[in-house]
Design a protein around this ligand. Sequence first.
Ligand code: FPP
Ligand code: MG
Length: 343
Amino acid sequence: MSFWAGYPEVQHELERVQHLIDQETAGPGGLISRALSDLTRRDAKFLRPGFVVLAGRIGNGGVPLGEGAIERAAAIEMLHMASLIHDDIVDGARTRRGGDSLHITLGSKRAVLAGDYLFARSFALFAKSSGQEGLRLLTPSVARLVSSVIDESSGLDESPASGLPGGSLRFNLSPRRYLHRIVGKTAVLFALSFHAGALEADTPSKDLIEPLRRVGYNLGVGFQIIDDLLDIAGDPRKTGKPRGTDLRAGVVTLPLILAMQKDSGKILPKLADQARHARWRRTRVHALEEVRRLVSRCGAFQETWSVAERYTRRAEREILRLPPGADRDTLQEATTRLLRRSA
Ligand code: FPP
Ligand code: MG
């Protein structure tokens, strides 16, 4: 929650959210509850619940939020946690938020079930706070999220013709399809968070819903592009995740797509396959470092960052259409910090 340090009104509401998540994650008991509680406490940014809170406060003139908004914020964070637990299994990622991923501490079977539990409780909380209307919002967003991850998993050519046991990377992904994917994977849930805040009972005008959703959408696209950039170029001590997880999982992201377009010698596919399949760890690490250097040298990192910046600027312009006040300023600052983040 340290992302919101310096914003006591937001933090105060997020402590209510954390308290509710603690109650919910206590459900299964034993090892699973302990692992879930540990995961929420590892420097989670609490971005999505923060957006629910800010959207609710912007629509409500800054008065403390009702229980419904807190429940929706907790539900969205729990859904996000469930998706990360499953994502780390799908990606084979061993660390999350600077500690062991849940499938490492609990084993895959219990980690899948812990994710399922959070997923189910998240739906129950959302339904409790917003009934049919809430579920009509939530269910298509979740379906879109999962479809995008399914699409992402098709990034590998696993046919025997690829000649590689774990499949060869499909580099011919268009930037348009990449964007479609990250909208589903991230922006849809960001937009939902803003919408969930705008559902706050006293929100004076439903006219704020669409502008708030647009803030979430653009912010989400910018956020995921930076996330994908950090996966290759970030410092693992800051991100809390090892470098190159996407590549190893067969996920082709914007820095690689842009670098491929410039890679006339076609060195990148070979290096990428080495980074994924070389027999020795040292060779894999070395190949990954070569991929990073190549992407950097051809300007693809800078270009990727510029695309993220473009979406962030769109979010900033949308924010300026919202009612002015301290909460709008907080949102504006958060938006800028997300673009410049290194974690
Ligand atoms: C992180 O992406 C992953 C997601 C945003 C979504 C993952 C969703 C699933 C695995 C589907 C299951 C969903 C539910 C709701 C149970 P990333 O891998 O790019 O980011 P990372 O670097 O943080 O891992
Ligand atoms: Mg991942």
